[in-house]
Each structure stands twice: as structure tokens, then as C-alpha cells.
Design a protein around this ligand. Structure first.
Ligand SMILES: Cc1cc2nc3c(=O)[nH]c(=O)nc-3n(C[C@H](O)[C@H](O)[C@H](O)COP(=O)(O)OP(=O)(O)OC[C@H]3O[C@@H](n4cnc5c(N)ncnc54)[C@H](O)[C@@H]3O)c2cc1C
Length: 579
């Protein structure tokens, strides 16, 4: 059976759900709030005993973690009382595809990293029929990239030269060899440096001592290295590799498979997940202002039942519930304040302090403070005619005079374009010719503050400089992502920052209350930042949503058997893979 054909899992899930009486209930029984119609719409025949109330679950956030959790819960008969509250007007979160520039533009997630059997995003995409033959092939799934970015087709220097591919390949071998070494300190008693950046710089200095080329070539090698450091900042979603902790770096796990994309856009995946939920489960434009826990909240219309948690939305509506499954980007913002030439990393704590009532336990709040969250943006340029050679897939930018050995922490906002690592040639945009540039860190956040005209002008200047062609026609149009300014994301993805470890990720994932002997699961935490080995990815996010859904299902089964109620009906089979 080909993936996505009528008998595939996609169709199974929907038809299977409708076999459960609770599916109907889920469709009709809305949550009550001060402003909405409530569960009381259901009427029981006289003399009948009220059925045991199924737990009310609120999933906050409709990204892939939230949708995955909802999908899993909806497949279980006990969890028909479910809502997903999403702040924005669309589901998908950091998976966002838009029709622009004559094709589909990936504003957020771009690739399935490691598309092979162990990757649930790959499996789900295959089941939904969203991948092509090439992506599904065994051969593709077997490729081991080690997470390294492929070599560029052409490497331009800032002054209009081209770096030989031999030199680029030699430097890339050195860089990626050192990066692999940097993953080996997971269990080291004393890692040789606090950060990946400092470790790499020490190693580069050591290697440089044996370089025999002339000064100019050595300087060019350093500039290529700097470009690769910047690539790694995009991969890690950080301003500088000096901010990324060395010891836990090896905990991030790379799956086999040659990274692949979605021909119709990544968002088809989350759209399909959302479409598979019972009607009215997903509530858009519903930003949550405060999560109240450790309480006894009652419905104004039904003062009998007390609920331990309550979600208060920005529009004033209030939803009491038994469980809240929070999937919002938890590590809201790591921002760096420039004070003279020194750097003080800090967190915007304001929101964290007001989002939870009572506030988070100090251990959890500290974990959030320690973990890193940075910005990686894309800039799309559309051209009348390509200036690059046919077959060129990847343009690298190398800035002469730059070196990774210089202080990487201070942002160079006046030279923000030099943080741009280069461009991918977007393949599916014929007859439009589109490049997609990547830029991370504070320069990326600065770019968000500029007008479209300023960005377009700056990039036209760069391209004329690197091609050595002052007459190069300006791009016909420009479009960029602005993840740092997105109010419900405030950045791109998480990393393990200096001062934190994988244990902070586990702390982040621990449900509230943390001090209770009995599992209560009032507030559960999912989202990419809560997955210890796949953080920053869509598959990490999806697995975390499933993990927390399974946690709730296990609690339910435990309580059910404690009450001596026998086995619960088995849930509708969800996707095959588990965390
Ligand atoms: C530029 C970029 C490129 C990327 N490239 C890749 C890639 O190639 N491959 C890959 O695997 N991953 C990539 N990622 C990372 C990947 O997109 C994320 O890890 C993943 O989508 C996160 O899913 P999530 O459900 O955890 O969070 P999100 O997708 O952020 O979902 C959280 C949801 O919560 C909502 N929300 C926030 N606050 C509130 C509130 N107060 N009330 C209600 N709702 C709220 C948000 O609107 C959002 O919809 C990329 C990300 C970016 C930004």
C-alpha cells in the first residue's frame, strides 16, 4: 500500500476514532468558560447515574508538540474532553510554510533532520503521503551525514574572489573533525573548555601552528573557518558558539538519513495533524495569559466540581481543567546585553514571573534561565535571472580578514550582513529564481529591526561585492522571517547553554507539582526544548508531545485500575513510533 493511499494510517485514525462513543462527546461537549456555552448542554435521562467525568485537558500551543499530544490523547476514549488553545491565527507554530515568490517558502522548519525509521516526523510524513520516492528510498535513509552541512558549490569572498573548493574542503574537514571531537566530552570529568566555541578556537590555534602556507592563504583559511563557525551558530540557534556548553554537546543525537524537505511545504504535516482532531478541539486566536495551578477552581455554572488548574486567556476567558499540557516555547528569550565591551547573558524573566500562578518552583525556573534560546532567520531573495551557475545549490560567503579567533561574542551590528552564512538555491521555484540566506544571533535580531528596503539594499550591496559585478541587477523582491519579533515565539530554537546540562532539559520536562508524592500531573511540559537528545527539532517536539500524552494516559490507567474498574478500552492505534 502506498503511503497516503485510502487505507493508510491517515484514514485509519479518523475512522477508528469515530468508533468510540467519546468521539461524539468530544465533538459536542465544549468547555465552559465565563464566556462560552458549556458541558451542561448534555442531558441525562431521569434516574440515570452521571457517568464518571473524563479528565479535562487543555493543551496550550498548537505547534507540532501540541498537535501531536492532542492526536495521541484523542485516540484514547478517556480523553474526549480536550482543547488545544493556540495564540495565533494558525496551527503549526515554528512549522510555517507560505506561498510566496512563486513557490512554497519555509518560514520556519526546513528539513526533516535524519529522515529514517527512527524519526517520527519522517514516519508520519510518509504515512500522510507527503514525501517523494527519493526521500522514502532505503538509500536515502541509510546516509550518515553526522549532522554536517554539505559543501558549497561556490564560495565567494567579500571582495569578489572565489575560494578554491580544495581549500574549502580542507578547512571543512578540519572544522567538522573538531566538531565531532567536541561531542566526546559528555562523560568527561573535566571538559577542556566551558564552551564549544572556546574548545574549537583552542584546537584551531593548535592546528595553525603547523600550517605552512603563505600568510594570505592562512588568513583565507581562517576566514573560511569563521564562515563555518557562523554556519554552526545557525545550526545551534545561537549568537556565538562560545555560548554553547561543551560537555553536553554530544548528547544531541543525529539520526541517519539525508535531510529532506516537503515538496508541498512542511506545514502540510501539521495541517494534517490538525485536520485529524475532532471538530472544535483546536481553538485559534486564544493566547493564554496565565496558568494557575495548585488551586480549586470551579465553573460559575457548575460550582460542584473543583478543578486543580485554570487557564486564563488574554481575552479574559477562563478555563478550569484537570490537566494543562504546556507546549509554548518555554525558554522564551535569552538576550545578551551589551555593557561596554563585556557581555552579560540574561533572560527576559518578566513573562516567566507572571505566566505561572503560583510561580514556578525555583529549580524549574532556574533550569529555564540556564538553557539557551537564540535566533536563526531566513532571508529569501527573488531574481529575474540567476547570477549563479546552472547546478549550483549552495553559495557560501567568506569574509576576508575575519577569523574565529577574534572575540565572537560582541555583535557587529554595523556589519550585520557578515553574519550571513550564504544562500541555498531554492530548487522548486522555476521560473522564479530564489535564494534562501541564513543568519543567526544578535545580528539576525538586529536585521529584524530594519525595513525591507534597508535589508534589500544591504544584500544587493553584498551580492554586487561578492560577485565583483557592480551592475548585478538587484533582487526583484525580498522576504524574510522575523522569529525574534514573533510575540509567541521570541526566537528560533533552544540549545544547551554554558552553565546548563541535559538535566536542565529533564527538569523543564518534569510535570507540576514537583513536590507531590502522588502523581497529579497538573501542568505537563512538552515542546522541542524539553527533549533531551532531539531538542531544537520537529521530531524532538513531536516526541515530547507524545511523551506527555502517554504520561497522562498512564496516570488515567493507574487510577482506573486502583478503582478496580478493570481494563480500559484500548486506545485507537496512534503512529507506530514512541519516545
Ligand atoms: C528558522 C527556523 C528553522 C528551523 N529549521 C528546522 C529544520 O530544518 N528541521 C527541524 O527539525 N526543526 C527546525 N526548526 C525547529 C522546529 O521548527 C521546532 O523545533 C518545532 O517546530 C517546535 O515545535 P513546538 O511544538 O515545540 O513549538 P512551536 O512550534 O513554537 O509551537 C508552540 C505554539 O505555542 C503557541 N503559543 C505560544 N505562546 C502561547 C500562549 N501564551 N498561548 C497559547 N499559545 C501560545 C505558539 O503560537 C505556537 O504555535 C526550525 C525553526 C526555525 C525557527
Amino acid at each position: 500500500m502506498s503511503p497516503g493511499s485510502p487505507g493508510s494510517r491517515t484514514h485509519l485514525t479518523q475512522s477508528c476514532l469515530s468508533h468510540f462513543p467519546s468521539y461524539q462527546l468530544c465533538k459536542t461537549a465544549g468547555y465552559s468558560s465565563e464566556k462560552s456555552e458549556g458541558v451542561r448542554a448534555m442531558e441525562l435521562p431521569e434516574g440515570a447515574e452521571a457517568p464518571a467525568r473524563g479528565p479535562r485537558v487543555l493543551v496550550v500551543g498548537g505547534g507540532i508538540a501540541g498537535l501531536g499530544a492532542a492526536q495521541r490523547l484523542c485516540g484514547h476514549p478517556a480523553f474526549s474532553n480536550l482543547r488545544v488553545l493556540e495564540a495565533t491565527a494558525r496551527a503549526g507554530g515554528r512549522i510555517r510554510s507560505e506561498r510566496r515568490l512563486g513557490g512554497v517558502v519555509e518560514v520556519g522548519a526546513h528539513w526533516i533532520h535524519g529522515p529514517s525509521q527512527g524519526n517520527p516526523v519522517f514516519q508520519l510524513a510518509a504515512e500522510f503521503g507527503l514525501l517523494g520516492e527519493q526521500e522514502l528510498s532505503e538509500e536515502n535513509q541509510r546516509v550518515e551525514t553526522g549532522g554536517h552541512v554539505g559543501l558549497p558549490s561556490v564560495s565567494y569572498t567579500g571582495s569578489g574572489g572565489i575560494v578554491s573548493l580544495e581549500l574549502v574542503a580542507e578547512v571543512a574537514r578540519l572544522f567538522y573533525g573538531l566538531l565531532d571531537q567536541a561531542r566526546e566530552f559528555l562523560h568527561a570529568a573535566e571538559p577542556p573548555a566551558p564552551s564549544v566555541g572556546e574548545y574549537l578556537k583552542e584546537e584551531v590555534s593548535w592546528h595553525m601552528a603547523s600550517w605552512t602556507e603563505d600568510q594570505q592563504t592562512q588568513a583565507l583559511k581562517l576566514a573560511v573557518l569563521k564562515s563555518l563557525f557562523n554556519v554552526e551558530c545557525c545550526v545551534s540557534g545561537t549568537h556565538s558558539m562560545d555560548l554553547v556548553a561543551l560537555a553536553p554537546f554530544g548528547e544531541y543525537t543525529v539520526l541517519p538519513g539525508l535531510d529532506c524537505t516537503f515538496a508541498g511545504g512542511y506545514q502540510e504535516l501539521t495541517d494534517r495533524l490538525a485536520a485529524g482532531l475532532p471538530a472544535d478541539t483546536l481553538v485559534l486566536n486564544k493566547p493564554v495569559k496565565t496558568v494557575h495551578w495548585k488551586g480549586a477552581f470551579r465553573e460559575p455554572a457548575d460550582p460542584g466540581d473543583a478543578f486543580p488548574v485554570l487557564v486564563e486567556c488574554e481575552d479574559g476567558s477562563r478555563f478550569p481543567a484537570d490537566h494543562i499540557l504546556l507546549t509554548v516555547p518555554l525558554v522564551w528569550e535569552t538576550y545578551v546585553v551589551q555593557a561596554k565591551s563585556t557581555w552579560i547573558p540574561g533572560f527576559l524573566k518578566e513573562r516567566m514571573d507572571t505566566f505561572f500562578q503560583p510561580p514556578l518552583p525555583p529549580a524549574k525556573a532556574d533550569a529555564i534561565r540556564r538553557l539557551g534560546f537564540g535566533t536563526n532567520n531566513k532571508i529569501f531573495l527573488e531574481f529575474e535571472e540567476p547570477f549563479w551557475a546552472p547546478g549550483c545549490e549552495h553559495i557560501q560567503l567568506v569574509w576576508e580578514g575575519s577569523s574565529p579567533l577574534q572575540d565572537a561574542a560582541a555583535p557587529r551590528l554595523d556589519a550585520w550582513v557578515e553574519k550571513l552564512i550564504g544562500f541555498l538555491v531554492v530548487p522548486s521555484f522555476k521560473p522564479a529564481h530564489v535564494l534562501c540566506g541564513f543568519i543567526a544571533g544578535l545580528e539576525s535580531e538586529f536585521m529584524e529591526t530594519l525595513t525591507d528596503e534597508e535589508v534589500l539594499r544591504a544584500l544587493t550591496r553584498v551580492l554586487r561585492g561578492v560577485t565583483g559585478d557592480p551592475q548585478l541587477p538587484a533582487p526583484r523582491s525580498m522576504w524574510r522571517s522575523c522569529w525574534h519579533s514573533a510575540p509567541y515565539t521570541r526566537g528560533s530554537y533552544s540549545y544547551v547553554a554554558v552553565g546548563s546540562t541535559g538535566e536542565d532539559i529533564d527538569l523543564l520536562a518534569q510535570p507540576l507539582p514537583m513536590d507531590s508524592k502522588e502523581a497529579q500531573l497538573q501542568v505537563l511540559f512538552a515542546g522541542e526544548a524539553t527533549h533531551r537528545t532531539f531538542y531544537s527539532t520537529t521530531h524532538g517536539a513531536l516526541l515530547s508531545g507524545w511523551r506527555e500524552a502517554d504520561r497522562l494516559i498512564a496516570l488515567r490507567s493507574q487510577r482506573h485500575s486502583q478503582l478496580g474498574q478493570g481494563a480500559e478500552p484500548s486506545p485507537c492505534p496512534g503512529p507506530r513510533c514512541s519516545s
